[in-house]
Write a protein that binds this ligand. Structure first.
Ligand code: NAD
Length: 269
């Protein structure tokens, strides 16, 4: 019996899924014990290492998440909102730490995680990287220090496959700016502008999404006032930063009390 936590990766064939599998198998602190894909996916029944084009890893891709979770101490999940909700209930049943990287969840879907969080640890963040979570803290501080003469705009860029906009990270940054200002983001968010929008409203927080090529993820928080501008920027060039953060969260969550946490908790920021 080993004390090294066993981890299941859901969405194993995805961009993040494959990066997570590499990160876990390269780590001495965790073991890969399961790989889950959706029913009907061609990887089901194959060894996940072979399916990724490398050496066999001794883990067969399955479409039975509960069976996989029963062998594990943590599930790392970068899939899609409906799948993540299903996995949350199953991970709680198996008492696994559930690390959720999936973005684009509605407020209702986020609220629906609560029953699972009564039984198990959930760590959810729209961005698992150390750099972005620091940027979130900086954004909150700068927004608190500046008055509404500074217009706040969050500009993000991602690859052309991304399905949700604004990105989960852009929303985290917008929330941080709103919190710094002591306002509710929903009351002040301008999500993209098109047509005769009228002049910019003082105190609003704007969001703009660029989609193209293979951009991993870039975020600017612009504070623009008459005569000066501050730009806080994070540029991700490698998905490994998200995978390393997710693995850290899975290890951090071991033995913690059930509940919902984020990367600020994990990183102790
Ligand atoms: P992707 O499309 O490459 O991968 C998603 C995978 O999930 C696919 O392999 C798909 O088959 C699988 N999947 C979907 N439904 C499933 C189900 N019911 N059961 C099992 N597998 C299922 O996408 P990606 O670029 O890897 O991103 C995945 C998610 O992670 C997105 O929401 C993205 O925004 C988010 N993301 C978050 C962070 C972060 O740090 N939080 C970083 C990067 C990406």
């Amino acid at each position: 019996m080993t004390h090294i936590p066993g981890i299941v990766v859901t969405g194993a064939s995805g961009r993040m899924g494959q990066m997570l599998i590499k990160t876990i198998t390269d780590s001495e602190q965790a073991r890969l014990v399961g790989a889950v894909e959706r029913t009907g996916h061609d990887w089901i029944g194959q060894d996940v290492g072979t399916a990724m084009g490398g050496q066999p890893l001794g883990v067969t891709v399955t479409d039975d998440p509960l069976e996989a979770f029963a062998q594990a101490q943590a599930v790392i999940d970068f899939t899609a909102p409906e799948a993540t909700l299903e996995f949350a209930a199953l991970a709680a049943q198996a008492r696994c730490v559930h690390v959720i990287g999936t973005t684009g969840m509605s407020d209702e879907q986020i609220a629906a995680l609560e029953p699972a969080a009564r039984h198990a640890v959930i760590v959810r963040a729209g961005n698992m990287s150390l750099g972005v979570n620091l940027l979130v803290q900086l954004t909150k501080k700068v927004a608190a220090a500046l008055d509404e003469d500074f217009d706040i705009e969050v500009i993000e860029a991602h690859h052309h496959h991304k399905v949700d906009a604004p990105s989960g990270t852009a929303l985290m940054l917008g929330e941080a700016a709103a919190e710094g200002r002591g306002v509710n983001l929903a009351d002040v968010a301008d999500r993209g502008r098109d047509g005769i929008t009228g002049a910019r409203q003082r105190g609003h927080i704007g969001f703009h999404a660029i989609r193209g090529g293979d951009i991993v993820g870039e975020h600017d928080v612009l504070f623009a006032a008459p005569g000066e501008r501050i730009v806080l920027r994070h540029v991700a060039t490698d998905r490994a930063i998200f995978a390393r953060g997710a693995l850290k969260a899975a290890l951090w969550g071991q033995g913690k009390a059930p509940g919902q946490y984020d990367m600020v908790d994990v990183l102790g920021l």
